[in-house]
Write a protein that binds this ligand. Structure first.
Ligand code: M6R
Length: 616
């Protein structure tokens, strides 16, 4: 939430920062702003709305040349999306400009203190207090921005990434982080700060991870990292293993369309190198020892949104393969209900961004209880994998569209690999059965490709139903989380009422929602898998059809029986039952994307949302 960019070097800061903000806009787009140092003073431009509004402003009111600058794209927490609430915020005396991601929880108290001292605050944000605090601290800190930042951070509660500049130290950019992301781009004669590496990957693929409660000080020629007490810290370097084209649309109209299309490759990459020549799963990178995995007596998955749906899918598979009880819990609920986890629990945190605050806090709680923790994550070097005992990266490549697509499929793949690995080390599944599932997984890129070749009718259906007041999704077994995922996609992109249900649960209440013409999307289980599930879902279809529902069935090739019960049938390739989410989800992604497009919505940046939710 909120994108941050900082630059110091030889290039025009304006160009570097605005290009970085374009890449950061997926993190929030309520307003955008930039501050540069020029001629010994700060120049700030900021504007409510998307980055394009700021660019228009910069066209009529250009910034002077400068080689030091910071920029921000906002997802509003404290105060609405207005010009005055936009970052950067500048101290009353004009000495410091600050940008911030996170929430300063004691801001009201600090605001009161500043007001009592005669400071006039001009915004409703929590961030502005930091600008004034820095300005007030600077004289006693010898006008050293680094020292002032250390002192001010010591007074802040909550989550923050802060980046500040001061025209008296024109070649310096100072950043600080606690619980919010910040990475360093290491250039030659220039250096960068950003919420994630995509902001500077055009300029350098060398980066540094920053830890908790650390401060980073950039000049064009140097990078210093320290803790809040000022002790030097060694930051872990890493190399970005993709290039800038990965964060461009690559000929697609939308990032979401590009990311949907990338799914066969993403699934293949998630599987790459995970099976040894002996046919056994190797998750060497994971770093949990096999004895620890033999000792666990339960698995708890914590995640949010789409990642939680991947966790739900994984629960079916992991329990089936390992016979270890698996709980799936929304991360935002986990730590507030005194969950029973201990040294014999494996807590798996699933997160595309690796920065979701609810998931991070759930992970920390699990660690505090002594649980073994494993991250399934897409973003190398982010907080969740850094803090977990072990990590499996999904290798989906950058996901820019706010609506998650390829991350979902690859999270399922990674969780399945973990489940099979548990079965392997605990010797609860014959080797040939594990090999058979691995062969099924290896087929999945091709199967997902086949789905992509046949989604045109899905688009037509989306346009046909774009005027519907609501859409319901039902499924059974692994089709249930797919139904939830289909509904989530429609809510977040088409802004329409959509709900997913376990098909058997419908008659216990939600069926009252059915009236004439309500579209119900049914994730139909394979008749060749567990035939009973197919029979049961046909009964559920009958129940809603009898009350006027229009049925859109997602059914496998060759399931002719479904034709008699559905108004529309979308075909997906035949796959084993546990693989079905990997194909059945894809038409639902296309359905939501097309419906949002038909309604004229911004698909990649839907209203009120941000890609990476770094507040609780
Ligand atoms: O980065 P994470 O996977 O932790 O994000 C979790 C959710 O915020 C995310 O999946 C969200 O639900 C998506 N926008 C859904 O498309």
């Amino acid at each position: 939430m909120c994108g941050i960019v900082g630059y110091v070097g030889k290039k025009q800061a304006l160009e570097v920062v605005v290009a970085g903000l374009r890449r950061m806009e997926y993190r929030g787009y309520d307003s955008a702003g930039i501050a540069v140092i020029s001629g010994g003073h700060l120049e700030v431009r900021k504007k409510a709305g998307k980055l394009v509004n700021l660019q228009t402003l910069l066209g009529s009111d250009p910034l002077p040349n400068s080689t030091t600058g910071i920029g921000h794209t906002r997802w509003a927490t404290h105060g609405g999306p207005t010009d005055s609430n936009a970052h950067p915020h500048v101290s009353e005396d004009g000495t410091v400009a600050v940008i911030h991601n996170g929430i300063i929880e004691n801001f009201a108290e600090l605001r009161g203190e500043l007001t009592a001292a005669g400071v006039t605050l001009t915004s409703e944000t929590d961030t502005e207090v930091v600008a004034h605090l820095l300005a007030k601290t600077l004289p006693a800190a010898g006008n050293d921005l680094v020292a002032a930042m250390r002192q001010v951070c010591g007074r802040l509660e909550g989550a923050f990434t802060l980046v500040a500049i001061d025209p008296r130290q024109p070649d310096l950019v100072v950043g600080a982080r606690r619980n919010s992301p910040l990475v360093v781009g290491v250039g030659v004669g220039e250096n960068f700060l950003a919420s994630d590496v995509s902001a500077f990957v055009d300029h350098t693929r060398n980066a540094l991870e920053l830890g908790q409660d650390q401060i980073v000080v950039l000049t064009a020629a140097s990078i210093r990292v320290m803790d809040f007490a000022g002790n030097p810290v060694e930051a872990r370097p890493f190399t970005i293993d993709w290039d800038a084209s990965a964060v461009e649309k690559g000929g697609h109209d939308l990032f979401m369309l590009k990311e949907i299309a990338e799914q066969p490759k993403a699934v293949a990459d998630a599987l790459l190198g995970r099976v040894g020549n002996d046919g056994r799963i190797q998750l060497d990178e994971m770093g949990l020892d096999d004895q620890a995995l033999r000792d666990i007596d339960k698995v708890v998955v914590v995640a949010c949104g789409t990642a939680a749906h991947a966790g739900m899918v994984a629960k079916y598979a992991i329990e089936h393969w390992t016979r270890i009880p698996v709980e799936m819990e929304l991360a935002s609920e986990f730590r507030y209900r005194d969950p029973i986890v201990n040294a014999r629990s494996l807590v798996i945190a699933i997160s595309q961004s690796g920065e979701t605050m609810d998931t991070l806090m759930a992970l920390r709680h699990a660690k505090d209880q002594g649980a073994k923790t494993l991250a399934i994550c897409n973003t190398v070097g982010s907080s969740i994998p850094r803090e977990a005992d072990a990590v499996i990266y999904t290798y989906a490549g950058p996901e820019i569209a706010v609506a998650s697509t390829k991350a979902f499929l690859t999270q399922i793949i990674a969780a399945y690999l973990v489940g099979l690995y548990l079965a392997q080390v605990r010797e609860v599944m014959p080797g040939e059965d594990i090999a058979a599932v691995l062969a099924d997984l290896a087929d999945m890129p091709g199967k997902v490709d086949l789905v992509l070749d046949t989604v045109e009718p899905v688009r037509a259906l989306a346009r046909e139903f774009a005027g519907a007041p609501s859409v319901l999704f039902i499924g059974r077994h692994v089709g249930f989380p797919v139904a939830l995922e289909g509904a989530l996609k429609l809510k977040e992109l088409a802004y329409m009422h959509a709900e997913g249900f376990a098909a058997g649960e419908l008659k216990h209440g939600p069926i009252a929602l059915i009236e004439d013409g309500v579209p119900v999307v049914v994730i139909v289980p394979s008749p060749a898998g567990r035939a009973i599930l197919h029979d049961k879902i046909i009964s559920n279809i009958q129940e809603v059809r009898a009350r006027g529902a229009r049925i859109i069935a997602i059914a496998e090739e060759g399931d002719e029986k479904i034709n008699d019960y559905a108004d529309h049938v979308i075909r997906v390739p035949v796959v084993p039952p546990l693989m079905a989410p990997l194909v059945a989800t894809v038409p639902l992604q296309v359905f939501a994307c097309e419906m949002a497009t038909a309604k004229g919505h911004d698909v990649d940046q839907p209203r009120n949302l941000a890609k990476s939710v770094t507040v609780e």
